[in-house]
Design a protein around this ligand. Structure first.
Ligand SMILES: Cc1ncc(COP(=O)(O)O)c(C=O)c1O
Length: 491
């Protein structure tokens, strides 16, 4: 088969064109049995392929036909031995990836700044996380990747480790020396699992960091939907044979996945793969050029800093994806959230995320110069307004990143322990039983089992006061936190 073909998307269209008389789920039957307004809005084409795993359309749980062919083409395009489609986002692919290689009590090396889906898989599997501290960037207030040295040290201390997990690249686009990490882990016969949620494009251009499969990693959960042109909620899991069993991966994926798989999402993966494989290089080349031009223009604006290759050179910032525009606004004397809100209110611009110090804007294969010009114009105006509205000099916001809390109990033990709710202000010193994170990016400030510190509570308050979305606790307004019952932590 050729990368120009789309066996799944084409197969669905051919099936829909036959206009079969349907006596099966979904009950809306090509849109005839659904709300009229929604039906008209979504349109007949999408509804005609909102189908289910009837025999002619194959089955994601036991692919033998058009899904198998589509996955094989994706594997070829991504340089994997096997590719599995996910209709439950990269979170679903990540949970499958982890649960395929660890059993209860097994050790897994993970950076502490992982997405909550990784910690969820660790709670569900009962694995023991061995945390590697990521490198912190004191100028930007963000975490980068982990270094080969820290992985080697951890593997020497824990030679019975069953897997190493790496985030590559990070949300902000920084890549670690993944090949170095893979070589070290493989010396210990330990598989490397990569959270490649923000790296679907990197495989398709040589001015991007090495992809997981190029670096020799064993598995990668790769968000095609985030940057690669498929529909939200669709993702893939790439697998290299050797240290990982593809049969086990298929079994776990099936256990974790709905039996009502969305064929619209699956078809969008097939089509996105075709576009990346056949036109990806040219499209990404243009995207990188546009992002670099925009970065240079933003860096001409007073008090703004758009991060670029000058940040490279450490083993945690080994490489980066230039299509990400990470813009530090702290020298304007406002938070990233203030900048996000200003851009929304004044220019109808929506950014990818903001934090206390930065905003992140993504340039993708969808963008054109006319779009980035508006962003540059908006940021110039923001900088002008702040400079003119302040008589005194703008006071830059000092960057502050809290320490990583100490883990006193395994996340699973803490999550399933007897708990009680205590007032937020009185929780310092207790062991937390729930996650607390700012989403996006969804990196936990606390994970179950960690000792609550005053410094981290202050950091949460700082985020709340800035208007950032702090999530996780059952008590959504964070007046109370769930902690392990009557167990005061001893330091
Ligand atoms: C680093 C990282 N990993 C995993 C995920 C999960 O991806 P998804 O939203 O497709 O489930 C995200 C989502 O933001 C992420 O930022």
């Amino acid at each position: 088969m050729s990368q120009h073909e789309t066996p799944l998307f084409t197969g669905l269209r051919e099936h829909a064109n036959k206009n079969p008389l349907q006596f099966h789920i979904p009950g809306h039957k090509k849109g005839q049995g659904m709300d009229e307004e929604f039906k008209d809005f979504i349109g007949p084409n999408a509804l005609s392929i909102d189908l289910i795993n009837i025999t002619p359309l194959d089955d994601l749980h036991h692919p033998k036909g058009m899904i198998k062919k589509a996955q094989a083409l994706a594997a070829q395009a991504f340089g994997a031995d096997h590719t599995f489609f996910s209709v439950q986002g990269t979170s679903g692919a990540i949970m499958t990836m982890i649960m395929s290689v660890v059993s209860p009590g097994d050790k897994i090396l993970v950076p502490r700044n992982v997405h909550k889906s990784i910690m969820t898989a660790i709670v569900f599997s009962g694995a023991t996380p061995i945390f590697i501290h990521p490198e912190i960037d004191p100028e930007l207030g963000i975490s980068h990747g982990i270094t080969p040295d820290s992985v080697e040290k951890a593997l020497n201390q824990h030679p019975d480790t069953k897997a190493v997990l790496v985030i590559n690249p990070t949300y902000f686009g920084f890549a670690a020396d993944l090949k170095g990490i893979v070589d070290i882990a493989h010396r210990f016969d330990v598989p490397v699992l990569v959270d490649e949620a923000h790296g679907v494009l990197i495989h398709f251009h040589d001015h991007m960091p090495l992809s997981a499969m190029q670096a020799g990693a064993d598995m990668a959960a790769t968000s095609v939907h985030k940057l690669g042109g498929s529909l939200t909620g669709s993702s893939i899991l790439n697998v290299r044979e050797g240290l990982v069993s593809p049969e086990r991966v298929q079994t776990i994926l099936s256990m974790m996945t709905t039996t009502s798989t969305s064929y619209i999402l699956l078809a969008s993966l097939d089509a996105a793969r075709r576009r990346l494989a056949t036109e990806g290089y040219t499209l990404i080349e243009k995207t990188i050029r546009l992002a670099n031009e925009t970065r240079a223009k933003i860096n001409d604006i007073p008090n703004l800093y758009c991060v670029g290759e000058e940040k490279l050179g450490t083993s945690a910032t080994f490489d980066y994806d230039p299509s990400k525009l990470l813009i530090s606004v702290k020298d304007l004397g406002i938070t990233g959230y203030d900048a996000e809100t200003w851009l929304r209110q004044n220019f109808n611009i929506e950014v990818e995320l903001s934090d206390l110090y930065n905003i992140l804007c993504l340039i993708t294969t969808a963008d054109h110069e006319k779009d980035t010009m508006v962003l540059v114009q908006a940021l110039s105006q923001l900088s002008d307004e702040l400079s003119h509205s302040k008589n005194e000099e703008i006071k830059s916001i000092p960057v502050h990143v809290p320490d990583i809390p100490v883990l006193a109990l395994s996340p699973r033990d803490a999550f399933y322990a007897n708990t009680e709710s205590v007032p937020f202000e009185e929780s310092a010193g207790r062991i937390i039983a729930e996650f607390v994170m700012v989403y996006p990016p969804g990196i936990p400030i606390f994970i179950p089992g960690e000792i609550i510190t005053k410094e981290n509570l202050d950091y949460i308050k700082e985020n709340l006061e800035a208007g950032l979305p702090v999530q996780g606790p059952e008590n959504a307004d964070l007046k109370y936190l769930k902690v392990i019952q009557e167990q005061v932590a001893i330091r």
